[in-house]
Design a protein around this ligand. Sequence first.
Ligand SMILES: CC(C)(COP(=O)(O)OP(=O)(O)OC[C@H]1O[C@@H](n2cnc3c(N)ncnc32)[C@H](O)[C@@H]1OP(=O)(O)O)[C@@H](O)C(=O)NCCC(=O)NCCS
Length: 106
Amino acid sequence: MEGKRVRDSSVTIAQVMDPQDANPAGNVHGGVIMKLIDTAAAVVASRHSRSHTVTASIDRLDFHHPVHVGDLLFFYASLNLVGRTSMEVGARVEAESIITGTVALT
Ligand SMILES: CC(C)(COP(=O)(O)OP(=O)(O)OC[C@H]1O[C@@H](n2cnc3c(N)ncnc32)[C@H](O)[C@@H]1OP(=O)(O)O)[C@@H](O)C(=O)NCCC(=O)NCCS
């Protein structure tokens, strides 16, 4: 089997947060961010394995800063390790204020 580099399957997804992504407090709903993390991770796993994949579990998910409507979110995902039939994918989310350019680790 030919080896593959981590960067061969790494992805970055960028998406602006819209009003329909907000919770009743006006910030972005965590579930919206979780779905996009899952999407980015699934793309990495499927690109690496060139097959359909499912999410078995999420080890840990921490929200460090709230995300605001209008922020541009970047989802960086790449392979951490490969098992026999499974893969572990890491994801990092950053929020950029399009107006100020400030970037925060989400
Ligand atoms: C994940 C799933 C395929 C595991 O099935 P299983 O019969 O237990 O599979 P196995 O015991 O043969 O394990 C297969 C691999 O998955 C890994 N694995 C299984 N459950 C895991 C878990 N909860 N967390 C991390 N890895 C897990 C095993 O370690 C093994 O890895 P390896 O082949 O690299 O050594 C099965 O539980 C499933 O289909 N779950 C539903 C997934 C899904 O639909 N996700 C979308 C959410 S709705």
